[in-house]
Ligand binder design. Structure first.
Ligand SMILES: *[C@@H]1O[C@H](CO)[C@@H](O)[C@H](O)[C@H]1NC(C)=O
Ligand SMILES: *[C@@H]1O[C@H](CO)[C@@H](O)[C@H](O)[C@H]1NC(C)=O
Ligand SMILES: *[C@@H]1O[C@H](CO)[C@@H](O)[C@H](O)[C@H]1NC(C)=O
Ligand SMILES: *[C@@H]1O[C@H](CO)[C@@H](O)[C@H](O)[C@H]1NC(C)=O
Ligand SMILES: *[C@@H]1O[C@H](CO)[C@@H](O)[C@H](O)[C@H]1NC(C)=O
Ligand SMILES: *[C@@H]1O[C@H](CO)[C@@H](O)[C@H](O)[C@H]1NC(C)=O
Ligand SMILES: *[C@@H]1O[C@H](CO)[C@@H](O)[C@H](O)[C@H]1NC(C)=O
Ligand SMILES: *[C@@H]1O[C@H](CO)[C@@H](O)[C@H](O)[C@H]1NC(C)=O
Length: 796
C-alpha cells in the first residue's frame, strides 16, 4: 500500500496542474493522507508540504524540496510529527473552525497541534522561503514552521533562544536523534551529544576556552542564521563563509545524523547537494559517534571507521551509537596486564589526573581498581618543559579516537591469562622518574578575594551547565600561575551524567508523589526514568538560603566521585528556581531504617562498617579534591540489593581548603546532633577527623542498638560503652553487656572486639588521637586477613 503513493509522488511534483494542491488551506478544510495530491506548494514551486512516507504505512507531515525523482529520499526540511508518525489511512491535517491546526492519526488521536485560536478567517500557506505560515485576515502570523525547526535551517531562518536543531536518528529514520545544535546557558552556540544517559558538548572544541574558540558569552540575544551569500553567523561572534560564498545558490544548514553540522548548496533542484561548510572536520571528534568501549578511526577515503576494543563486541550490529560491551564481564584487580594502544585517546570520564606518575605507578593505580578499564598515559614535550609524564585513570571509555597526531597512548586492562598473547609494549619512558605524592590541585589555591570573585563571576556566566563548572575550574587554573602550566592541557571533565529537564523529572516521579526520604535541604522522591532505571530524585527546598550554592556543591562534588561505596549520581536539573539531583536508588533503603527494624545480622553489620570506611577513605584521601562529608549518620548510608553500603547526601559536603598549616575553617556548624564532633562546638579547626567522629558514633549505634539522637547523648554512649567493656581484652564475655541483644545470631568475638575498638578510637574527644579513615580501613581489614585467628587489639 505504501509503495503506490511513493511512486506517484514525482509525477505529481512535475505536474502541479493535475494536483488538487492549492496554495492555501482555509478553515474547515483538510489534507488527507490517502490523497497523494493533497499538497501545499510554494508559489514558485521550490518547496512542497504534505504527508511523507517514513516507513511501512507510516507518514509524517513534512516540508521538502521539490526534486525530480527523489522517491522516498527527498530532502526533508521540516516535520510536524517526526517522533509519532501517523497511519496511512484516515489520517489528516485539518484547519479547524476554531483556528487550530491539528494532525490526526487514523481519524482519531490528535498527534500534533499548533494550539492556535482565531475568530476571523485563517490561511495556511507554504511560502517560497519554505516557511509554512498560518495567518489571519489581518495578516498576523499565528504560527509558522520557521519557529519550530527540526534538523534544518533554511535561508534567513533564525535559530533563536530556546530553539534547537535535533538530528535524525539515522539517514533513513527521521525520528529525533542524539545530536543537537543549540545555545547553551553561556550564550554560545554549541553542538551537543545527548543520549539517554550521557550529555556532552563537542563543538566548539571542548578543550578550548570560549574566547580561545573565538566565541563570546556576552551577547544574550542568541540568534544564528545564514545569509543568501553563504555566511553562517551567530550572536556569539561565530561566523563562517561557505566554500561557494557569494554564489546565488539554494542552501540549507542541517545537523546530520552523524552529528556534524553542514551547510549544503546546489545551483538548482536538478543538481545534487554539495557540502560547502561543515562544523567539524575530523568526524571522530564528534562525541558518542562510535558508542562506548570503541575506537573511532578516520579513514580519509571512507570517513570514520568504528571498531570495538579487544575483549569487547558490538552491542547491536546495526547501530554503532550503542557501542561495544565486554565479551566476558570481569573484575580485574591485580591479576592484570595492560595492552598498549598507540595514538589513542579517550575523552573525559577520569577518576583523577596524576601528574608525574611513572607508567608503573599509573598501572598500579588502575590495577587496584576493579572498575578501572584502563588509563591514558601522556609523555609529551609539548608545553611541558619538565618532561613529566601524565596519568589519567579512567572509569568509563567513551569517545575513543585514534589519530596519528596524538602523542598519548592508551593502556587497556586485560586479564593476565589473556587469550590475546600480545605482550604489553614497552613505554617510551625508560628513565625512572622519581615520584612525589600526588600534588592536589585544590590545596594550592589560596583563599583570596580575587579568586573568590572570579569563581563567583565565572559561575554566573558559565551557569550550572556542567561544562560551566569545568570552565570555572580551568579559569581558576589559568588565572593562578604557579603549578598551573602542568594542568593546562588537562581536562577534568566527568561528563558521566546528564542534565534533565524539570518536566522529565516531574514525569519520572509522577509529580513528586512517592517520598522516600528527607535529607539535608531536600526531599527525596522515587522516580522511574525514561530508560526504566529506578532513581532517587532529590528536590532541594528553595527556602534553604544556600540553595544554589549547595546545589553546585552537590553537582560538582558528586559528579567527580566514583567509588563503589559512594552513591552514584546520574544527573541533575537546574531550571528557574528548581534544583534537583538524580541518584541511583538503593533497594534496601537507609541504614537507619534497617537498624530500627533489626534486619541486619552481624556479618552484614561488619561489612557495612568496612564499606562506609572505604567510601569515606576515598572521599578524604583518594579523590582529586579533598572532600569532607560533614553529615555522616545512619540516614545517609544507603544499602543496595546485596546490603553493600553507599554513602549518600553530599549536600553539606565541602571541598577541604587548607591553609599552610593544613587546617581549614568553616563558618558554621554542619551536621546532625548526636554525630557532631566536639571541635565544631569548641570552635577548633575542622579536619577530616569530624567525619571520623561521626563514623565512630555510627559504629557504636550499630553495635549497641542505642541511637545517639534518640536514646542517649553521644558522649554518654561512649562512656557507657567504655565502662561496660572494662577488661574486655582479657575477658571476652564483657562484650555481651553492650552488644544489641535483639540482633539474631552469634557474633564473632574478635570481629566485635575490633569493631568496638575502632569505634572508640574514632569517637575520641581529641581529634588528633582519632585514626584517619584509611587507618580504619586497615584495622578492619586486619580482621579479614587473619580472619578469626586471635588478633592483638587492645581497648584503652
Ligand atoms: C538518498 O539521497 C542521498 C543524496 O542524494 C544519497 O546519498 C543516499 O544514498 C540516498 N539514500 C537512499 C536510501 O537512497
Ligand atoms: C495572509 O493570508 C492572505 C490570504 O491568503 C495573504 O494574502 C497574505 O499575504 C498573508 N499574509 C502573510 C503575512 O503571509
Ligand atoms: C526510528 O528510531 C526510533 C528510535 O530509535 C525507533 O523507536 C523507531 O522504531 C525507528 N523507526 C524506524 C522506522 O525504524
Ligand atoms: C558574516 O556575518 C558576520 C556577522 O553578521 C559579519 O561579522 C561578517 O563580516 C560576515 N562575513 C562576510 C564575509 O560577510
Ligand atoms: C548581539 O547579537 C545580535 C544578533 O546577532 C546583534 O544584532 C546585536 O547587535 C548584538 N549585540 C551586541 C551588543 O553586540
Ligand atoms: C576499519 O577498521 C578495522 C579495524 O581497525 C579494519 O580491519 C578495517 O579494514 C577498517 N575498515 C576500513 C574501511 O578501513
Ligand atoms: C593481589 O596482590 C596481593 C598483594 O599485593 C597478593 O597478596 C594477592 O595474592 C594478589 N592476588 C592474587 C589473586 O594474586
Ligand atoms: C617530578 O618528580 C621528580 C622526582 O621527584 C622531580 O624532580 C620533578 O621536579 C617532578 N616534576 C614536576 C613537574 O613536578
Amino acid at each position: 500500500m505504501a509503495i503506490i503513493p511513493l511512486l506517484a509522488l514525482p509525477l505529481i511534483l512535475y505536474s502541479p496542474s493535475l494536483s488538487s494542491a492549492s496554495d492555501s488551506l482555509t478553515k474547515g478544510s483538510s489534507l488527507l493522507v490517502e490523497n497523494t495530491n493533497d499538497l501545499l506548494i510554494s508559489p514558485r514551486g521550490t518547496f512542497i508540504a504534505g504527508f511523507f512516507p517514513v516507513g511501512d504505512n507510516a507518514y509524517c507531515f513534512a516540508i521538502w524540496f521539490d526534486e525530480p525523482f527523489c522517491n522516498n529520499n527527498c530532502t526533508i526540511v521540516w516535520m510536524a510529527n517526526r517522533d509519532q508518525p501517523v497511519n496511512g489511512k484516515r489520517s489528516a491535517l485539518s484547519l479547524l473552525k476554531s483556528g487550530n491546526l491539528i494532525l490526526t492519526d487514523a481519524g482519531r488521536i490528535t498527534v500534533w497541534a499548533t494550539d492556535t485560536v482565531s475568530e476571523s478567517s485563517v490561511h495556511l500557506q507554504l511560502q517560497e522561503s519554505g516557511n509554512l505560515v498560518l495567518n489571519n485576515s489581518e495578516g498576523d502570523i499565528l504560527w509558522q514552521s520557521f519557529d519550530f525547526p527540526t534538523n534544518t535551517l533554511l535561508l534567513l531562518q533564525p535559530l533563536s533562544k530556546d530553539k534547537q536543531l535535533v538530528s535524525s536518528r539515522s539517514q533513513t529514520n527521521y525520528s529525533s536523534g542524539f545530536y543537537k545544535l543549540l545555545f547553551d546557558n553561556d550564550n554560545v552556540l554549541h553542538l551537543l551529544f545527548a543520549s539517554p544517559s550521557i550529555t556532552s558538548l563537542y563543538w566548539p572544541d571542548p578543550e578550548l576556552l570560549v574566547f580561545e574558540a573565538k566565541r563570546s558569552t556576552y551577547n544574550n540575544s542568541r540568534r544564528a542564521y545564514f545569509d543568501p551569500l553563504g555566511n553562517f553567523s551567530s550572536s556569539d561572534k561565530f561566523f563562517s563563509k561557505s566554500a561557494d560564498y557569494g554564489a546565488n545558490f539554494q542552501r540549507r544548514l542541517t545537523i546530520d545524523s552523524d552529528g556534524n553540522l553542514r551547510l549544503y548548496s546546489r545551483e538548482d533542484k536538478r543538481e545534487a547537494w554539495t557540502v560547502s561548510w561543515q562544523a567539524i572536520s575530523q568526524p571522530c571528534s564528534i562525541h558518542g559517534i562510535c558508542g562506548p568501549n570503541s575506537v573511532c578511526n578516520y579513514v580519509p577515503s571512507s570517513g570514520r571507521n568504528c571498531s570495538c576494543l579487544r575483549g569487547f563486541k558490538m552491542k547491536d550490529v546495526t547501530d554503532w551509537s550503542l557501542g561495544c560491551e565486554p565479551e566476558i564481564k570481569l573484575c580485574l584487580t591485580n591479576e592484570t596486564n595492560f595492552l598498549r594502544l598507540t595514538n589513542v585517546q579517550f575523552y573525559g570520564y577520569d577518576y583523577g589526573f596524576y601528574p608525574n606518575y611513572t607508567l608503573d605507578r599509573c598501572k598500579e593505580v588502575c590495577s587496584q581498581r576493579c572498575d578501572c578499564p584502563g588509563f591514558q598515559f601522556r609523555f609529551s614535550k609539548h608545553g611541558n618543559p619538565n618532561n613529566t609524564p601524565y596519568c589519567f585513570v579512567k572509569f568509563r571509555l567513551l569517545n575513543g579516537f585514534r589519530s596519528p597526531s596524538f602523542e598519548d597512548d592508551f593502556y587497556l586492562k586485560v586479564p593476565i591469562t589473556s587469550p590475546y598473547p600480545a605482550p604489553v609494549e614497552e613505554s617510551r619512558l625508560h628513565c625512572a622518574v622519581e615520584i612525589t605524592k600526588l600534588d592536589r590541585v585544590y590545596t594550592k589555591i589560596p583563599e583570596n578575594g580575587t579568586l573568590k570573585f572570579l569563581l563567583w563571576f565565572a559561575s554566573i556566566v558559565g551557569a550550572i551547565e556542567f561544562t560551566g563548572i569545568f570552565l570555572v575550574w580551568c579559569f581558576l587554573m589559568r588565572t593562578h600561575q604557579t603549578s598551573v602550566v602542568v594542568k593546562q592541557d588537562y581536562l577534568q571533565v566527568a561528563t558521566g551524567f546528564r542534565k534533565f529537564t524539570y518536566t522529565e523529572l516531574e514525569k519520572a516521579t509522577h509529580g513528586f508523589r512517592e517520598e522516600i526520604g528527607r535529607g539535608a535541604g531536600g526531599i527525596v522522591y522515587r522516580g522511574v526514568l525514561s530508560d526504566h532505571r529506578i532513581a532517587a530524585v532529590k528536590r532541594l527546598t528553595d527556602e534553604a538560603s544556600q540553595g544554589e550554592a549547595q546545589f553546585r556543591a552537590e553537582v560538582s562534588v558528586i559528579g567527580k566521585l566514583n567509588h563503589m561505596n559512594l552513591i552514584e549520581m546520574w544527573g541533575y536539573c537546574a531550571e528557574g528556581k528548581h534544583r534537583l539531583v538524580v541518584y541511583e536508588c538503593m533497594e534496601h533503603g537507609s541504614l537507619a531504617d534497617n537498624l530500627s527494624s533489626n534486619t541486619l545480622d552481624w556479618k552484614q553489620r561488619f561489612n557495612i562498617a568496612l564499606g562506609v570506611a572505604k567510601g569515606l577513605s576515598y572521599l578524604h584521601e583518594e579523590c582529586l579534591e579533598w572532600v569532607l562529608h560533614c553529615d555522616i549518620k545512619p540516614q545517609n548510608i544507603l544499602l543496595d540489593l546485596g546490603y553493600q553500603p553507599k554513602v549518600s547526601d553530599f549536600g553539606l559536603s565541602h571541598p577541604l581548603k587548607t591553609d599552610s598549616h593544613g587546617i581549614s575553617r568553616l563558618s558554621r556548624i554542619r551536621g546532625t546532633r548526636g554525630y557532631i564532633a566536639p571541635e565544631w562546638v569548641l570552635n577548633l579547626p575542622i579536619t577530616s577527623k569530624v567525619d571520623v567522629y561521626s563514623y565512630g558514633m555510627v559504629l557504636l549505634e550499630m553495635v549497641t542498638g542505642k541511637s545517639p539522637t534518640a536514646d542517649i547523648e553521644d558522649r554518654r554512649l561512649v562512656t557507657w560503652v567504655k565502662e561496660n567493656i572494662k577488661g574486655a581484652s582479657a575477658m571476652d564475655l564483657s562484650m555481651e553487656k553492650i552488644v544489641n541483644p535483639d540482633v539474631e545470631g552469634n557474633y564473632d568475638k574478635t570481629q566485635m572486639k575490633i569493631l568496638v575498638g575502632v569505634a572508640l578510637k574514632c569517637a575520641n574527644e581529641d581529634k588528633d588521637t582519632r585514626p584517619t579513615m584509611r587507618q580504619v580501613v586497615e584495622m578492619l581489614l586486619q580482621y579479614e586477613k587473619h580472619n578469626s585467628e586471635s588478633v592483638e587489639f587492645t581497648i584503652e
